[in-house]
Write a protein that binds this ligand. Structure first.
Ligand SMILES: [Zn+2]
Length: 131
């Protein structure tokens, strides 16, 4: 279900059991740790990187997110803000750079959720882990 995937992506939770974190730190904009992932879920045992290079596919998701951001901001700029081209481009490029850690994590979480469905029965330690 879409809401299960949204929960996992937004909350940085294992797509299969929703218990453990996928990325080690929840500090999205800490440049030293934002990309560090746990190897597998400590709760259901799911291995996040199924095979070497598994997350290359997340680059397509990342690209789609950036294109979506471009379309959204371009429409808003064209019809409402009406800034000059260089102003818009400066805004667009700087938001892409600043949001890079968030885009990176979100695209990997979306990529995981494309292939793994939420299954509470896979949880080994039901209710024993409190967040
Ligand atoms: Zn899990």
């Amino acid at each position: 279900m879409l809401k299960d995937s949204v929960y996992s992506v937004v909350g940085n939770k294992c797509p299969q059991c929703h218990q453990s974190d996928v990325f080690k730190s929840n500090a999205v904009f800490n440049l030293k740790t934002f990309d560090k992932m746990n190897e597998s879920c400590s709760c259901c045992g799911m291995k996040y990187e199924k095979e070497p290079g598994y997350f290359y596919g997340a680059m397509y998701v990342s690209y789609a997110l950036v294109v979506g951001w471009f379309v959204l901001t371009f429409i808003i700029d064209s019809f409402i803000v009406k800034s000059q081209t260089w102003q818009y481009l400066t805004f667009f490029v700087s938001t892409i750079i600043v949001m890079m850690p968030l885009t990176f994590r979100t695209s990997r979480l979306i990529w995981l959720n494309l292939f793994v469905k939420y299954d509470p029965s896979k949880t080994i330690y039901h209710h024993s882990i409190k967040q």
